[in-house]
Ligand binder design. Structure first.
Ligand SMILES: [Zn+2]
Ligand SMILES: [Zn+2]
Length: 374
């Protein structure tokens, strides 16, 4: 690991920031204390252009350099993870580390203000785990004038000291869906008078499973399956309706569009074929997170001196709404390894991210600023 002194010097403050966020985990769109703390810290540093009305608890702080261009955006998510049905919140996705990194970058930008040519936007996004703040912030103008966008996710599947920067798809799209199947209920002793909803639901489940492609490489992979079936509750009644839930994930946004259309058509046709009616609805969606090739290549070179180990292959079926930024401008999602000792996955009760990953993440972001804007 290779971290410059200017960043090492911020470590005390990093620990304070991280501790505050860790002790105040808040649900998406309710990040009141978190957002107020970020704003206060930015003001202390001397930021005057702070937009806190872009979307709910989101914040964009802008640093204006000698010239307007280029304009580079750095993003941190700010929400915690809901850990149980009682709504207990905890930072088990590392967003506390992301905020600490972005505040450290904010300080470095202020320290080097007279060297910076272009514009830097520091974007703090609410509700990443929920309905996705990214899309709403972009709709409200977060990407106006922005030339490139970068985000970091600290990542438990990669060892502490590793930085992963992949050309192309790094995270999958996610499209959860619900299906309502309607048949004609009646006495189980007279199935010929009924349209068997449960049978139709089963046939749909089987068909959906067959559409999945999991034994293929990267971009062609299609995760598709039914994850819940609810229907009936009696031995001698064929129910009127069945309710199914399922998930679709893919690394390729063109394949995604095609499969979504196909899935809806096939499911609805299958029910029709068997005498019933099915309606499939997609409920929320994130596209695949695709790093632009040039930027990813450039970053790989930049980060070689920082990390103990650079990875260029890793990708995950997890999803991230930073994908919306990368659909609009070039840039990258950088994964900073944070696993040490026993492996605990993201969202696990015991997940944590240490200071080494925060230092590396900060150096990665600062390296981009120095290269693009000094
Ligand atoms: Zn998460
Ligand atoms: Zn996350």
């Amino acid at each position: 690991m290779n971290i410059e002194k200017e960043i090492i010097d911020l470590q005390n403050q990093m620990e304070k920031d991280k501790e505050f966020f860790w002790n105040n985990p808040e649900e998406g769109l309710k990040e009141i204390k978190t957002s107020a703390y970020i704003k206060k810290r930015l003001q202390e540093m001397g930021y005057t252009d702070i937009n806190d009305s872009i979307y709910e608890t989101g914040i964009i702080a802008t640093s204006h350099g000698k010239e307007e261009k280029p304009c580079i955006l750095f993003r941190s998510d700010i929400d915690a993870v809901k850990m149980d049905e009682n709504g207990r919140m905890k930072h088990t996705c590392g967003h506390d580390a992301h905020m600490t990194i972005l505040l450290s970058l904010a300080k470095l930008i202020m320290n080097n203000k007279d060297k910076i040519k272009g514009t830097v936007k520091l974007l703090f996004e609410p509700d990443e785990e929920g309905n996705g703040g990214a899309y709403k912030m972009i709709q409200n103008g977060a990407l106006d004038n922005v030339d490139e966008a970068y985000a970091i996710h600290v990542w438990s599947e990669l060892k502490e000291g590793t930085v992963s920067i992949r050309e192309g798809a790094v995270m999958a799209s996610t499209d959860p869906f619900e299906i309502t199947v309607t048949g004609r209920g009646g006495h189980a002793a007279m199935p010929e008078k009924c349209i068997d909803t449960i049978y139709i639901a089963n046939e749909i489940g089987k068909m959906v499973k067959e559409m999945a492609k999991i034994d293929v490489e990267n971009d062609d992979k299609i995760i598709l399956g039914i994850t819940a079936i609810n229907a009936g509750n009696n031995n001698n009644v064929i129910p009127d309706r069945a309710y199914l839930k399922g998930i679709f994930r893919s690394f390729n946004n063109e394949i995604r569009d095609k499969v979504k259309k196909e899935l809806k058509e096939k499911v609805e046709n299958k029910a029709k074929e068997l005498g019933g009616v099915a309606e499939l609805k997609f409920i929320g969606n994130y596209p695949a997170t695709i790093n632009s090739k040039n930027e990813a290549r450039k970053l790989k070179k930049l980060f070689e001196n920082i990390a103990d180990n650079i990875d260029t292959e890793y990708q995950t079926m997890c999803s991230e709404d930073f994908s919306y930024f990368l659909r609009n401008v070039p840039g990258a999602m950088i994964l900073v390894g944070c696993s040490k000792g026993t492996y605990y996955p993201q969202h696990n009760e015991n997940f944590s991210c240490g200071m080494k990953s925060i230092l590396i993440g900060t150096q990665c972001f600062f390296e981009i600023v120095k290269t693009e804007l000094f």
